[in-house]
Design a protein around this ligand. Structure first.
Ligand SMILES: [Zn+2]
Length: 415
């Protein structure tokens, strides 16, 4: 009996010792491998494949996860690594003026919608182009609502447009236009004046290329320009069939550009197609390897003839900015032609409801007011985490489908 009891005691203490050793080993492992590295138990379990944790709030806010941009603030924007600004017109008209800022390098795409609006654009640029140098200017096509501010207005023959007011490193201009340089009475048209402005910039040392020179890398032009020293952010001129083919529609001559931001972890892309129309978009898709994009500047101000399914199903945009005067019938009274059109909203709505619009027509005054106003996407930090996409708008950052204008004028059938 005594020996049996002593054997039981030995087994008990033996098991106790084994359990104690295992507990100590696990404790030491937990401390050095997990606790000291700040990994939570949930994350640890997830890492070893035992659970599938919920996405954190930060992941929900990260656009690459399909979430919403975090609300930003104006003070952060000037020092952001990358910011993309859709500058709201200060006139009752649709038109494009987009600023891309990467450190001290700026790209200005178009300067619309009117010659008289240029002072407002210059006021806006004052906060972001502090050295008086615009490294790149892209003139997408020869329509007034894109090139007017590049020329500006004249006082005693001296013009105040962008091409006269800044030192410009390079201008990438459209290849073709159906416009004349002179009116029937022999006065220069806006396009004629634009050519004079180009000449002026050229005489001051600006390099001037066409989009097809960039695409074909001829005459010293490049297809890709890096906007930062780390070479993470590049501006890539895409191939548009209508650079070297005639079109009855001026819009199809638009210079198309893909902005790409690449790091070891991820790639983000942003697409700018000017006013490219349906057949231009179809060929753009055929001729370029277009990726999924974070942001797409709506083609032709949200018209029914741009932002077609062929393009959208390739780029599956997360955010869409529309540079238009919502509800204003500048392109005809028929509701199907009033920007942003129901057809545009129906197509884009299949991919995202994060649609933002610069200004809107104000019925009472037959004037205009801001909808989102100036729309700025940029990367900032949240709780010490860098590279979070943020959105700041000069008026409000309400998505289109939630605005009063939309509820009164359009319907939603999208996501
Ligand atoms: Zn336009």
């Amino acid at each position: 009996m005594a020996s049996r009891k002593s054997r039981k005691t030995k087994i008990f203490w033996g098991l106790f010792a084994v359990i104690l050793v295992i507990a100590i080993v696990l404790g030491v492992c937990w401390y050095f491998l997990i606790y000291s590295k700040g990994i939570t138990l949930d994350e640890f379990l997830h890492n070893i494949g035992m659970t599938s944790p919920e996405h954190s709030d930060d992941e929900k806010d990260n656009p690459s996860q399909g979430g919403s941009a975090v609300s930003g603030n104006a003070e952060e924007i000037a020092s952001a690594d990358l910011s993309i600004h859709f500058i709201a017109p200060a006139v009752k008209a649709s038109g494009d003026c987009t600023l891309i800022k990467v450190g001290n390098t700026e790209v200005l795409i178009d300067a619309g919608p009117t010659q008289g609006n240029v002072d407002e654009i210059k006021d806006y640029l004052e906060d972001y182009c502090t050295d008086g140098v615009l490294e790149y200017v892209i003139a997408t096509h020869a329509d007034t609502d894109h090139i007017a501010g590049l020329v500006g207005t004249s006082t005693k023959g001296t013009y105040n447009g962008i091409l006269y007011s800044y030192e410009i490193g390079m201008i990438i201009s459209f290849d073709r236009t159906n416009k004349e340089t002179e009116t029937a009475s022999g006065n220069p048209t806006l396009y004629g004046r634009y050519l004079t402005a180009l000449e002026y910039a050229g005489s001051r040392g600006t390099e001037i290329f066409t989009a097809s020179q960039c695409w074909n890398q001829t005459g010293g032009a490049e297809r890709t320009y890096f906007l930062d020293e780390a070479q993470n952010i590049s501006m890539n001129i895409l191939y548009n069939y209508y650079y070297d083919h005639d079109s009855g529609d001026e819009n199809n001559y638009s210079v198309c550009m893909l902005l790409s931001q690449k790091s070891d972890e991820e790639e983000n892309h942003y697409l700018f197609t000017g006013d490219l129309e349906e057949d231009g978009e179809e060929r753009l898709v055929q001729n370029n390897e277009l990726p999924h994009v974070v942001l797409y500047k709506a083609g032709h101000h949200g018209s029914k003839t741009s932002s077609t399914s062929a393009l959208l199903e390739r780029i599956t945009p997360e955010y869409v900015a529309v540079c238009c005067c919502a509800g204003y019938n500048e392109y005809g009274a028929a509701e199907e032609n009033v920007f942003p059109t129901q057809a545009f909203i129906d197509r884009v709505g299949s991919y995202t409801d994060k649609i933002y619009v610069t200004i809107m027509w104000e019925e009472e005054t037959d004037g205009f007011c801001e909808m989102n106003g100036d729309i700025v996407f940029y990367y900032g930090s949240v709780n010490d985490e860098e590279g979070i996409l943020k959105l700041w708008c000069s008026n409000h950052d309400i998505i289109l489908k939630e605005t009063d204008w939309f509820k009164e004028n359009r319907t939603w059938s999208g996501v």
